[in-house]
Design a protein around this ligand. Structure first.
Ligand code: AMP
Ligand code: ZN
Length: 114
């Protein structure tokens, strides 16, 4: 059995508040939200980070990114705005070694984040 937390969520082996899913991706609420809406969108197939997503079909990568945009729109934030973040590696703030993007919305988000 995999030890990867996000693989376990993708396999429905670990509970998460799932909001969207297809054959390639799954989106769920972050367990420790830092904004009123804080979703994670992950590829179901394990890859450790954005940097290591080499050889990915650009169509798959594009659908991943557009999934975040469509989720933001379906949550009602297309007009107000939102942020999409891909923390990558230690200095990028990545703590879970399964590729994920954060969709943050529902409050004014400061920039730069620090
Ligand atoms: P990052 O720092 O970019 O690697 O973000 C990892 C995110 O995963 C953090 O925001 C965590 O709160 C979130 N997280 C970790 N474990 C879980 C889990 N089991 N379910 C949902 N979110 C999680
Ligand atoms: Zn994984």
């Amino acid at each position: 059995m995999t030890e990867c937390v996000f693989c376990r969520i993708a396999q429905h082996d670990l509970n998460a508040k799932i909001v969207d899913e297809d054959g390639d991706f799954i989106a769920f609420h972050d367990a420790h939200p830092v904004a009123p809406v804080h979703l994670l969108v992950i590829p179901k197939r394990h890859v450790a980070s954005f940097a290591e997503w080499t050889g990915v079909d650009p169509d798959v990568a594009g659908r991943w990114l557009l999934r975040a945009r469509d989720l933001a729109a379906s949550c009602g934030f297309a007009g107000a705005g939102y942020r999409v973040v891909i923390n990558t590696g230690a200095e990028g703030g990545q703590t879970v070694a399964h590729l994920h993007l954060h969709l943050l919305a529902g409050r004014a988000l400061l920039w730069p984040p620090g």
